[in-house]
Write a protein that binds this ligand. Structure first.
Ligand code: DGY
Length: 324
């Protein structure tokens, strides 16, 4: 019975109970040691498969897809799908799905954690204490920037951006945003009366600027030397979106020269590699792409990815289909 089941590549380590659920529908090929496959290994492992559950580390492009046949669905455990060439997926008859919505609130929480840690120099102060350097209290000791009463800027006002904005009400912050298009009045109201501004106004006025936009080649290095120069010297920049949005070399210069006060970065271009010069800077908080990392949310993201492949094998339209 099991031999006639369609085959599924679960390209990353997976919760055992989820594997048990999937094995009711698929013959599984696993990667419980959680290796990152090279493109050629990925192509090899996808031979004869109905589909794959993967993460942002799997690059699904024309080159990979041209080596495959019979693959019906690629399901990523992520809201961002910049690792997928959707046009190529459609050309090759492959359904691409993501796992949106369930991570909005958790990711927004983390954006705030990073903003607070950056503005109030939490990690820098902790390193100081751990290094045994604390000898006295002084009036200018680790002074940072206030969040309350300040202006929060958000670039990218999708579902995560709006969840970030809602949290500003507890801090009495003004919220301004820039987005491809202005939100409806109703949505702006719900997002703590967020006010739509042009990009330049956003850069100039924000005391804390959070990047929450999806990556695409059009926004590659959209925050570079010119944009950083427009920000306030007291401002912080927080990136929970994708590394390629920020020009890291320019950001390092801006942090070194005091052009902005600090940065909180959860994502990096070419991660898990990152620019080594960040390590020499005290005014940057660095985390390894963990904004959606809570037990409940990661489970919810996985469940969505699973639901998508099960729908596909049942001949139904996956709920999170990206290329209908
Ligand atoms: C997402 O969901 O896009 C997160 O960044 C994890 O890749």
């Amino acid at each position: 019975m099991k031999t006639s089941m369609p085959k599924l590549l679960v390209a990353r380590a997976m919760f055992p109970d989820v594997l048990a659920q999937l094995s009711n529908f698929f013959e599984l090929e696993l990667n419980q040691e959680d290796r990152i496959f090279s493109q050629s290994e990925l192509a090899e492992r996808l031979q004869g498969k109905f589909g794959m559950i993967c993460t942002s580390s799997a690059k699904v492009d024309q080159d990979l897809l041209s080596k495959l046949s019979g693959v019906k669905i690629i399901s990523t455990i992520a809201v961002g799908y910049d690792n997928f060439d959707l046009h190529a997926c459609t050309q090759h008859g492959v359904m691409a799905t993501n796992s949106p919505d369930v991570l909005n609130e958790t990711t927004a929480d983390f954006a705030w954690a990073l903003m607070m840690a950056t503005a109030r120099r939490v990690t820098e102060a902790e390193h100081f204490l751990r290094a045994g350097l604390w000898t006295k209290w002084s009036v200018d000791f680790f002074v940072g920037a206030d969040l309350h009463g300040s202006c929060l800027g958000i670039l990218g006002m999708g579902r995560i951006g709006q969840a970030i904005a809602r949290r500003a009400s507890g801090f009495g912050m003004e919220v301004i945003y820039h987005n491809r298009s202005q939100l409806s009045e109703e949505k702006e109201l719900a997002a703590h009366h967020a006010r739509y501004v042009d990009k330049q106004t956003l850069l100039r006025h924000a005391d804390h600027l959070i990047l929450a936009l999806p990556y695409s080649p059009e926004v590659h290095h959209i925050i570079g030397a010119i944009e950083l120069a427009q920000m306030k010297p007291s401002a912080t920049l927080i990136n929970i979106a994708r590394g390629g949005i920020v020009d890291d070399a320019a950001l390092i210069q801006a942090l070194r020269n005091g052009q902005i006060a600090g940065a909180g970065l959860d994502v990096f271009e070419n991660e898990p590699r990152f620019h080594a010069d960040f390590l020499g800077l005290k005014n940057v908080v660095l985390t390894p792409h963990i904004a959606s990392a809570t037990e409940r949310t990661r489970r919810a993201m996985v469940n969505r990815a699973v639901k998508n492949v099960i729908s596909a094998v049942r001949g139904e339209l996956p709920p999170d289909l990206l290329n209908p």
